[in-house]
Design a protein around this ligand. Structure first.
Ligand code: BES
Ligand code: MN
Ligand code: MN
Length: 455
């Protein structure tokens, strides 16, 4: 029988061409301008799944972008794995900073450069090709269902309803997803936790129109200045978030857990060098790993207001805006944090401005078990393909559906991603290593093998 390694070697070029077809479609879920392209990407994923041997492929329409579904049921008595991924991508802006066009995939060195190459089309594609191999060599040992969504990058707002309404279709024993990263190509890891998210836009209004900054400046509250002061006050000098009650539900990590976390290989000097920063900063008393893994955070994602054009215009603006997000940890509830933020932000506003807070999206944190048959199968699969046992790590990012799978379907997830933190996801020049792409395709069939044996 042909091994997965020889199958990859003899199909490399075709795999890349097919992945590139998918990467060429600008499926930017955030921008309504790309709605048709998002649909086109969904159709492409569906046909690629069908070409690989999946059946009953369909697009489920939702209030937002469609969900792609397809399956390969070999025996209803056997266990079923639900593979989740997303075919939507982040906007490519600022396009001028890309060295190659974001939607014209290009191999430079050993990496594929394109928006979505790592997050998450490239990683979804590994599952499609792993299926193809198992179907063609008749080695698929269990049932697989695929659910590939198109709204992950905008918060998966309609996915809760979707999974509630399609419980029977999605019935499975475990969820498998590749939408996270490994520590390094020679240090495999499995993600066992994600942070939650609470994201809003704020609007601060001062005078009812833009004013001459000479005629009025010094006497009328400037909403841009005030917004900056309000934002600055959201953290104290120890890097702690000052919103009353914010930390109330945070579970404090124990000594052992912190020790384990900090054992993961990590070089602070490489970290700083890679980012071009002279030092790191954050909540006092925690390491950099802890700050992104087990502690919540608050960041301004964008801020604007006043004159943005060429040259100088002397103006005291009427309005100022910011997009603010908070990453949350297990046991914090996104809705509650949104409420606490809103209340606090209105309270700290001086009376000479009006404040509006609009929640944009949210999602809950997740922790996944390391003592399940599925986790052990993923661990063994990576151990075989990388020659090293993967390290369990907590990811700082968010995938809202993971908590929803648990809440709505009682399903645990295994997060076996193959990206690298240096893949520039959400940034210009997103890339995905050829090594990572092929290593993923190689590892996934091993997961199914060990999972089926361990059942
Ligand atoms: N794949 C990422 C999440 C991720 C990246 C987790 C790296 C762990 C390591 C996902 O596509 C993502 O970007 N999620 C968003 C969620 C949000 C839009 C609700 C995020 O984390 O910002
Ligand atoms: Mn992703
Ligand atoms: Mn993403």
């Amino acid at each position: 029988m042909q091994t997965i390694i020889s199958y990859i070697a003899s199909n490399k070029d075709r795999f890349l061409n097919e992945l590139f077809d998918l990467l060429r479609i600008p499926s930017v879920s955030a921008d309504p301008k790309y709605k048709d392209e998002v649909k086109r990407a969904a159709e492409k994923v569906k046909s690629q799944l069908e070409d690989a041997g999946a059946v009953n492929g369909r697009l489920f329409t939702t209030q937002g972008h469609p969900v792609v579904y397809a399956e390969k049921i070999i025996d209803p008595a056997k266990p079923t794995v639900l593979v989740y991924g997303h075919y939507d991508v982040q906007p490519a802006d600022p396009v001028s900073l890309w060295k190659t066009p974001p939607f014209e995939p290009t191999v430079v060195g050993e990496k594929i450069f394109a928006r979505g190459s790592c997050d998450d089309k490239g990683q979804v594609f590994m599952h499609v090709k792993a299926l193809e191999y198992m179907v063609r060599t008749n080695t698929l040992p269990c049932n697989i269902k695929f659910m590939i969504e198109g709204e992950e990058e905008v918060g998966s707002a309609h996915l809760g309803d979707f999974i509630r309404e399609n419980k029977e279709t999605l019935k499975a024993d475990v969820v498998l997803l590749s939408d996270t990263s490994i520590i390094a190509n020679d240090i495999p890891s499995l993600t066992v936790g994600l942070r939650g998210l609470s994201y809003m836009e704020v609007e601060v209004t001062g005078p009812d129109r833009d004013l001459h900054s000479g005629v009025y400046g010094g006497a009328v509250g400037n909403p841009v200045n005030i917004l900056c002061e309000m934002i600055a006050s959201l953290k104290d000098k120890n890097g702690r978030i000052t919103i009353p009650g914010f930390y109330k539900d945070v579970l404090k990590a124990g000594k052992e857990e912190r020790k384990m976390l900090n054992k993961a290989p990590f070089s602070i000097s490489n970290y700083k060098k890679d980012l071009g920063i002279a030092d790191v900063t954050g909540e006092k008393g925690y390491t950099t790993i802890e700050r992104t893994a087990i502690r919540p955070s608050l960041d301004v994602n964008g801020i604007w207001g006043g004159y943005q054009g060429e040259g100088a215009k002397t103006v005291l603006p009427s309005k100022a805006y910011a997009k603010i997000s908070m990453r949350l940890v297990p046991n914090q509830k996104s809705d509650k944090i949104t409420l606490l933020f809103t209340r606090h932000f209105k309270k700290i506003a001086p009376k000479y401005v009006k404040v509006k807070v609009t929640p944009l999206h949210g999602g809950e944190a997740a922790v996944t078990p390391t003592d399940s048959a599925a986790y052990r199968a993923a661990e063994k699969a990576m151990e075989v393909s990388f020659g090293k046992k993967p390290i369990p790590v907590r990811g700082g990012g968010s995938i809202p559906i993971v908590a929803l799978f648990e809440k709505e379907l009682g399903l645990k997830s295994v997060m076996m991603g193959f990206g690298l933190d240096s893949d520039n996801i959400h940034s210009p020049n997103e890339c995905y290593g050829l090594f990572n792409l092929f290593k993923g395709i190689e590892t996934i069939p091993l997961f199914y093998k060990f999972f089926s044996e361990g059942q």
